[in-house]
Design a protein around this ligand. Structure first.
Ligand code: CA
Ligand code: CA
Length: 200
């Protein structure tokens, strides 16, 4: 499986992932495996989907170690076990109809928070790993960049069950992501990002 190593802090290293379908979404599950040796000294971007005028979906490790995501505006924050230097399997789920959102860390679910009920994520953007664009798609800040390893990034346009998320963690066969399927994803690296092949 392809894995991405971001060796140093930059404002120029990033990866663009081409989705399988438009990200006009009223629900999603986004999962990844991630490891970073950055401690709590700054915020770290984990995933960015940016349209012309909005950060439609950003996932962050916040300054205080909380995990968060933002859908075009104020974010929702979760106290969870912190990301660290050993690989963590991380999933984020959100459903527009109920506003139910949750974070799963190594298959364990956070509490549910109600966030952005009836919101819709808009199509026409780009998916960026490693940097937070503040414009389409540029204006990166190295103090928000990702440093570490990230891979197995998959996305669905629905909320997966807790059992399915635990199956993903243990690499059992589940329905492949219908928005991002890491095994077949078109991944373009820029700057110092290294693609490595992992035996899993
Ligand atoms: Ca920024
Ligand atoms: Ca931004």
């Amino acid at each position: 499986m392809t894995s991405l190593v971001f060796p140093t802090e930059t404002s120029s290293s990033y990866v663009e992932v081409t989705p399988l379908k438009s990200l006009e979404l009223s629900a999603f599950t986004l999962c990844m495996r991630v490891a970073t040796e950055l401690r709590g000294e700054r915020e770290v971007i984990l995933f960015a989907y940016r349209t012309q005028n909005y950060d439609e979906l950003n996932v962050w490790r916040e300054l205080n170690g909380r995990l968060s995501f933002y859908l075009a505006g104020e974010g929702v924050f979760f106290r969870t076990p912190e990301l660290g230097p050993m690989e963590t399997h991380l999933c984020v789920t959100w459903d527009s109809q109920s506003g139910a959102s949750a974070i799963f860390v190594d298959g364990r679910k956070s509490l549910t928070k109600i966030y952005k009920k009836n919101h819709r994520i808009r199509s026409g953007g780009k998916i960026i790993l490693g940097q937070d664009p503040d414009n389409f798609v540029r204006d990166f800040d190295q103090n928000q960049s990702f440093v570490g390893e990230i891979y197995d990034v998959n996305m669905w346009d629905s909320v997966l069950s807790q059992t399915e998320i635990q199956d993903l963690l243990s690499r059992k066969q589940v329905q492949p992501g219908n928005v991002i399927d890491w095994n077949s994803a078109n991944i373009r690296t820029h700057g110092q990002v290294q693609m490595v092949s992992l035996e899993v």
